[in-house]
Design a protein around this ligand. Structure first.
Ligand SMILES: Nc1ncnc2c1ncn2[C@@H]1O[C@H](COP(=O)(O)OP(=O)(O)O)[C@@H](O)[C@H]1O
Ligand SMILES: [Mg+2]
Length: 162
């Protein structure tokens, strides 16, 4: 089965990577799909995020990286995927994720949403948390891959940490 793992990944974190690695053991192929969302002002361009994700997943041969816009379900159909992979951290994720899964189910009953529970150690982790820490000069070395930490420090001009 082919699974799509859609998201913003602005930037990708060790929490995302944990889901991707575990997903890659369950599915024949995992496509990490960066949503081109004109309503959000991201820290990194979609092209930069694609590059970051590719570097972070190069050890996983059945993981592919792509971007898309519009409906996730439509994108999944084009890719001939049967699964939307999503991560669940806490109850706060659950409500919105369940609503999204139900909505997508009304658009296509062929495509199933599969949730993976976050590994305990990453249950607090989000791209926003990473950006918040870095913005105030904290280290994010334990939260993202090394090359992404450098990208983030560069963005915030934290020369002391580079
Ligand atoms: N630390 C984490 N552990 C497990 N899943 C996560 C973690 N952080 C994010 N996710 C999941 O990864 C997916 C993409 O998240 P994100 O990049 O924030 O995009 P979105 O804009 O779709 O929320 C979502 O399913 C989210 O719940
Ligand atoms: Mg999110």
């Amino acid at each position: 089965m082919i699974a799509i793992y859609p998201g913003s990944f602005d930037p990708i974190t060790l929490g995302h990577l944990d889901i991707i690695e575990r997903g890659s053991r369950l599915f024949k192929q995992v496509i990490v799909a960066v949503l081109r969302n004109p309503n959000k002002t991201p820290l990194f361009t979609v092209e930069k995020r694609l590059e970051q994700i590719s570097l972070s997943t190069q050890h996983l041969p059945n993981v592919r990286v792509d971007s898309f816009d519009g409906l996730t379900v439509k994108y999944a159909q084009i890719q001939q995927a049967q699964v939307l992979l999503r991560g669940l951290r806490a109850v706060s994720d659950f409500e919105i994720e369940l609503q999204m899964a139900h909505t997508n189910n009304t658009l296509s009953t062929e495509i199933e949403t599969v949730f993976l529970a976050t590994s305990n150690e990453y249950s607090f982790l989000s791209s926003s948390v990473v950006k918040e820490i870095a913005r105030f000069g904290g280290s994010v070395d334990h939260l993202v891959p090394p090359h992404i930490a450098l990208d983030i420090y560069q963005c915030y001009n934290l020369k002391s940490l580079i």
